[in-house]
Ligand binder design. Sequence first.
Ligand code: NAD
Length: 291
Amino acid sequence: MAEHIGFIGVGRMGDPMVRNLLKAGFEVTVYDTNAAAAAAVGAKVADSPAAVASVAEVVIVSLPTPDVVRAVALQVAEGSKVKVFIDVSTTGPKMAVEVAGLLAAKGISAVDAPVTGGVGGAQKGTLAIMVGCPKDMLARITPILSALGKVFHLGENPGAGQLMKLANNLLSAAALAVTSEVMVMGVKGGLDANVMLDVINSGTGRNSASVDKFPKAILPRTFDFGFAIGLLLKDIRLCMHEAETLGVPMICGNAIKELLTITAMRQGYDADFTTIVKSVEEWAGVEVKGK
Ligand code: NAD
């Protein structure tokens, strides 16, 4: 019989992940504080994290912030069946270690398994999943996580996956920030935004913002790529904290953090992360529009 999986947090990322688990044949029970989101996903719905953890041995969480994950982990620990807690949110290595300690005391194994690939990757089941856990646990959870994307083992200790995720997201944010600056400069100087992207994507400037975010959400001015600027800012703050702890300079990283902070304050923390271009546009007095 197909394994029963618990899933808590069915937002932009969690919803398509649950749909892929169902498609792969797993039985899934979900919980979300947003009852409408829980009902919409098409799985069984429980009325608390503890109820989810009383029907499934493996509980996956996709939640906004480290504090929410810590609080939900403690509620999950009240469940009668749970043995494995997998956090696919971006919460940083420090929280992964803390949650692993809290849950180990209750006989539950914690796995950090943050993901990259965005809402599109979650829908297609092509996420890159960065796992930190012992090898025997990796074998236990790989059949489940494979329904969501490709599994990469970053190390045996809690937090290894989270460290990799922070590295990836700083790179992704850097691409978006600097591509915003060069696109605004070009348009202000009289270049066509579509032609600029064609050139960038045919040459050495090609990056995840020029390939995906600009054509899909910035040139059409829809700003609906699917990731809140407040959550990206959370990731970059976690990354700066980690770099400082490790004694690694982050000169560019800190500049990007400030640009994200300004954008979140001006556009609102729930605005899409592609609105970062607006911070540069407002200063320069031009808009980057498609044909
Ligand atoms: P989201 O805000 O769309 O979804 C979060 C969900 O959690 C919401 O449905 C919310 O109602 C629910 N929730 C909040 N508090 C809860 C609680 N106490 N108990 C149960 N449910 C609760 O966020 P998202 O974009 O899906 O991101 C989720 C996580 O994945 C974040 O850590 C984010 O950084 C990370 N992430 C997001 C993306 C992306 O492109 N959106 C990509 C990779 C990783």
